[in-house]
Ligand binder design. Structure first.
Ligand code: 5GP
Length: 125
């Protein structure tokens, strides 16, 4: 079920558990502000989730409350991870589902990086 991104941060969400090391992930990148790992149910040959380490529910929450350092680190990490995965020349897609209409399921901001094949139309028609 899609989440309400205006609700307070919930420490029991699955990505908070990954950040605390309580459940494993297939890590592809980590620095002081960012963790990235492979999606458990990939929807493309490359499907990576990039998350901030801070407690941000959604893109809305992050863009309003995060520090300049957190925002810069996150944006640079997304680019670096896609570059490192070899996705720049063939191309890739970023997605940040936000709230109900966005279909966001996990209430911790995550950007999906999809690549490895032509990804089709921007939205289902
Ligand atoms: P959303 O719909 O919120 O944008 O995407 C949530 C994503 O998290 C989905 O693509 C889903 O497959 C992924 N996901 C959910 N639980 C886990 C998990 O425990 N580990 C990993 N690596 N991905 C997960």
């Amino acid at each position: 079920m899609a989440i309400d991104p205006t609700l307070p941060y919930e420490e029991s969400n699955i990505f908070a558990k990954i950040l605390r090391g309580e459940i494993p992930c297939n890590k592809v990148f980590e620095d002081d502000h960012v963790l990235a790992f492979r999606d458990i149910a990939p929807q493309a040959p490359t499907h990576i989730l990039v998350i901030p380490k801070g407690p941000y529910v959604s893109w809305d929450d992050f863009s309003a409350r995060a520090s300049e350092a957190e925002i810069a680190a996150f944006v640079r990490a997304v680019g670096a991870i896609a570059r490192e995965a070899g996705l720049v020349e063939p191309g890739y897609r970023l997605l940040a589902n936000t709230g109900g209409h966005g279909g966001q399921e996990v209430p911790h901001l995550h950007v999906h990086i999809f690549g490895g094949r032509p990804l089709g139309p921007m939205l289902a028609r």
